[in-house]
Ligand binder design. Structure first.
Ligand code: WTA
Length: 661
């Protein structure tokens, strides 16, 4: 064991609290535990007063609201800041220009190739966004129309989203790693009028064509009238006349003005839709609205990252996920700060890429995912040696529980044993961070997201819906509305109600298991539904199963998560073939490709096991807990299996697993 491993082990067994740094406290937004506690108390005693004050401090409104909150979580019906109007791009751009920030850097973009860097001052970004807004208008996009965005991590992605908000169009970003089919489903669901995409994605040294996916998706998307294509890699692509146009031509066209009046939007107008996986059926379009989301994004960015004018904020997520929406784009730009946007991956060309970029841009706030930390830990501290990380002030983590070993490694190696780590728990649905330490106020316990932010009434309930005892595991719920909460599932109010508000009437059910310790610290244990978390990405097991059974040779499939040292969870699929089909290794490979094509590479199973039969109850329900244990190589104590229609299948599956080694 190395010295550092020793140190990690001994620090963990100490169970001590890691106190927030003293240095920097005075300038911090929240510089003491007491000040956090006062705000929290106030936010619980007078939530409307608290949020009205925050909304006034953080957001520029065109018209004030007449009602702060109108909510009934039983319905559910939630409206924040009714009567108010505002524009998100105005908040992210215009007002900063008026405040003397025209020449301040808004975005520092680092392409995958080291030499490709593009920077945008607020003034430059303003012009690009206005032009893009005018291009979209010219394409017929009007307030309330949907625009689907299928782009790699290039500046045009940020520009497109801000342009949508400028004219009141609703954006729906589809992560560029998703397949043509996934894109098609999402476009069809929200009936987008325009698609913005690119010729290709650069990833780990490879050029991966993207436009062909878009073409395939658009074969069955009647709502799409126009497709705008960014040239990223210079690939030759097919351009369908009358439908497709190049970004660079459209932006430079005669008559495209560099200014565009921001559209005043009602606080409750939809700002964007973002699809996320659930336990059943197809991904759902999570709906966020303008006033509440923006207020919440700014509030949490300011508090959790203590963002200051001189900061260089780097959130390593992709804008295809909620983390990128809120903490690359809207949070930092709404506050008028500098945000780094990186096209590449952590390990290409080498495992020091992140640290080299921290040094290059003098990054002060660094926000990443546990899976990244675990992947980088494997290389030891060598890639960090000789890198100047002294600019760093705060480290963050999101996406899944961070295991204490990874926490300690992050703290000691990246943070030099001095930097606070904000382990932030939240979800696509919550819009922004809900439970998290405040870097200069909260003593840390590795592995705990610590305490709820002000305004967040988090609790753990047991199966009966009663508050759980300290340290008793249960369901994580939020007992009152917060401005950033989702307002619906696009086109499906019933699913909105049943998914989030039926389990514990009157409360928002997060779908996560957690416990709260005697100090009021929350420990998140993971999803309680059939959603798995692979490298911090949410995947619905039902989606992967339906992709598998859509293959002509498959009759049934059951997918579970299995523990994985780097990804957190990996996808394990049990597959029953149609009668007469041979169980070959070639078919296993084919099934993996099939899932990639149906959903995308992130959903491709790590393990597929042929299962002549699945453990089902007499009523036909698959007992997933048995499959989870088999996947985890845990063949002890399966609990009560007497309700299985055929208990013999369990032994067959174990034998099958052992045989496949
Ligand atoms: C999990 C990502 C433990 C959780 C922002 C949640 C976490 C799901 C944490 C949401 C954390 C996210 N500790 N678990 N700090 N952060 N999760 O919608 O299971 O992609 O429900 O949002 O990720 O994933 P989503």
């Amino acid at each position: 064991m190395s010295d550092v491993d020793d140190k990690i082990t001994s620090l963990l067994s100490e169970k001590r609290l890691f106190e927030p740094p003293l240095e920097g406290r005075e300038a911090a937004v929240v510089g003491s535990l007491q000040s956090y506690e006062e705000s929290y108390r106030r936010s619980m005693e007078d939530p409307e007063g608290y949020w009205a004050q925050r909304a006034n401090e953080l957001v520029s409104w065109f018209q004030p609201w007449h009602t702060v909150l109108d909510a009934d979580l039983y319905q559910p019906e939630v409206r924040w800041f009714d009567g108010a109007t505002l524009n998100v791009s105005y908040n992210c751009l215009d007002r900063h220009l008026k405040n003397g920030k025209r020449d301040k850097l808004a975005i520092i973009w680092q392409g995958e190739p080291e030499e490709e860097v593009r920077t945008f001052t607020y003034g430059e970004l303003y012009e690009q966004v206005c032009r893009c807004a005018n291009v979209l208008k010219k394409m017929g996009v009007r307030k309330g129309d949907r625009v689907s965005v299928y782009l790699p991590m290039i500046p045009e992605l940020a520009i497109t989203l801000l342009a949508c908000t400028r004219i009141g169009a609703i954006h729906s970003v589809v992560f560029a790693g998703f397949s043509a089919m996934s894109l098609q489903n999402r476009i069809q669901d929200c009936e987008a009028k325009v698609l913005v995409t690119a010729d290709a994605v650069l990833r780990a040294g490879k050029v991966i064509p993207l436009k062909p996916n878009a073409d395939e998706a658009l074969e069955q998307c009647d709502s799409i009238e126009q497709c705008l294509v960014v040239r990223r890699a210079g690939l030759t692509v097919r351009m369908q006349s009358g439908r497709d146009s190049w970004w660079h031509e459209a932006m430079a066209a005669d008559g495209i003005s560099p200014t565009c009046e921001p559209e005043p939007m009602d606080a409750e107008d939809t700002l964007f839709i973002l699809y996320t996986s659930g336990s059943t059926g197809k991904p759902k379009g999570v709906v966020h609205t303008t006033g509440g989301y923006l207020t919440y994004a700014l509030h949490t960015t300011q508090w959790v990252f203590d963002l200051r004018d001189e900061d260089i904020h780097w959130c390593t997520a992709d804008i295809g996920w909620i983390t990128g929406h809120t903490y690359i784009l809207y949070g930092p730009l709404g506050l008028g700060k500098t945000s780094v946007m990186f096209e590449g991956v952590p390990t290409y060309p080498g495992p020091d890429r992140f640290w080299q970029l921290v040094e290059k841009f003098r990054v002060t706030i660094f926000y990443t995912a546990p899976t990244v930390i675990r992947a980088l830990m494997r290389y030891g501290d060598q890639p960090l040696r000789g890198k100047d990380l002294s600019s760093l002030r705060i480290l963050g983590s999101v996406g899944e529980p961070i295991n204490p070993e990874a926490w300690m490694w992050y703290h000691l190696h990246v943070g030099g044993g001095r930097l606070p780590i904000v382990d932030t728990w939240w979800q696509t649905e919550t819009g922004g961070i809900m439970i998290s330490p405040l870097p200069y106020a909260t003593p840390l316990k590795p592995g705990s997201a610590t305490r709820p932010l002000p305004g967040v009434d988090a609790a753990i309930l047991n199966e009966e819906g009663k508050p759980a005892q300290p340290n008793e595991g249960g369901h994580l719920v939020i007992r009152r509305p917060w401005p950033g909460m989702l307002r619906g599932v696009f086109g499906d109010p019933e699913r909105y109600r049943t998914t989030y508000f039926e389990g514990f009437p009157g409360f928002y059910d997060a779908g996560d298991g957690a416990r709260c310790d005697e100090d009021g610290y929350f420990w998140i244990m993971g999803r309680l539904d059939d959603v798995i978390n692979v490298s911090g990405h949410r995947l619905g097991t039902a989606e992967i199963e339906s992709a598998l059974v859509s293959h002509p040779h498959v009759s049934e499939a059951a997918v579970v998560g299995m523990p994985h040292p780097i990804k957190g969870q990996a996808v394990y699929a049990f597959v029953t073939l149609n009668a007469g089909v041979e169980e070959t290794t070639e078919l296993l490979a084919e099934l993996r490709v099939h899932v990639r094509t149906e959903i995308g590479p992130i959903a491709s199973p790590d393990v597929i096991q042929y299962a002549p039969g699945l453990p089902k109850t007499r009523s036909g329900k698959i007992m997933r807990r048995i499959l989870r244990k088999i996947a985890a190589d845990d063949f002890s104590d399966f609990g009560d299996i007497s309700t299985l229609a055929d208990p013999g299948v369990v032994d067959d599956l174990i034998k099958g697993k052992e045989a496949s080694g």
